[in-house]
Design a protein around this ligand. Sequence first.
Ligand code: URA
Length: 274
Amino acid sequence: MAGEESLERLQRILSAAGVSSRRAAEQYILDGRVSVNGKVVNQLGAKADLSVDEIKVDGKPLRPQTPRYVMLNKPHGYIATTSDERGRRTVMDLVPARERLYPVGRLDRDTEGLLLLTNDGLVAHRIMHPSFGLEKEYEVLTPAPPPAQVLAHLRAGVQIENRLVTPSEARVLRQTDRGAILRVTLHEGMNHVVRRMMDALEIQVISLTRTRVGPLTVRGLPVGAHRDLRAGELGSLFEALNIDDETSLSPASDIKTSTGTDTRRKPRTQRGRP
Ligand code: URA
């Protein structure tokens, strides 16, 4: 969950997404038509965070009026947040946008690589939610290849906060003149998870780069640069997240008149999910 500053009143979120006027949105809430992360919210004081919460109206996920999905190759030294109370540089300094974008998930200040920014809470929520099991691939630069038994331990899993975190892949990719590159692929979204695993195994981290999130790779995008996702990338991402456009509440949709009709299609089964 992001900080308090990203919480907004539910009726404001609904009206900003183009669902209705704020007054009508209040009525939706009072009528029990709005849910946050699967729980009906029928009180007006409720707040939510569009960057992490899945908000539904009449069972349909809320989507922004003008959805945007931007891939940033984050340099180190930038904080993955929309604003920093200490005035430090944030990723928003690198991605000027008319839309209210926010970064999806955590990437440490000193971690480089793929960071997605969007105003689509459904996509953000599902990328971060462990039940969707989206793989995140990291490259760790370390002075020398770890000994075989350390690699074996890494592959068998590392205990972090009473949980065994087991990579789906952990191997030395190549040797460079700065050290060895170790690839670690995880389904985890815990804070500092890769650094904590490396710490536990006494593998020194010179630098950490996220190279892939699900079907998206940062290959070809210079450090510090950003671009909108291509149609094909968006299609693969939606497929991985089991998002079908017709299952969501699209902007200016017929929500006000749709109470009797359900145009939802059955969601597709995600490949590789139980
Ligand atoms: N794991 C980390 O340790 N840091 C990140 O930024 C991402 C994953």
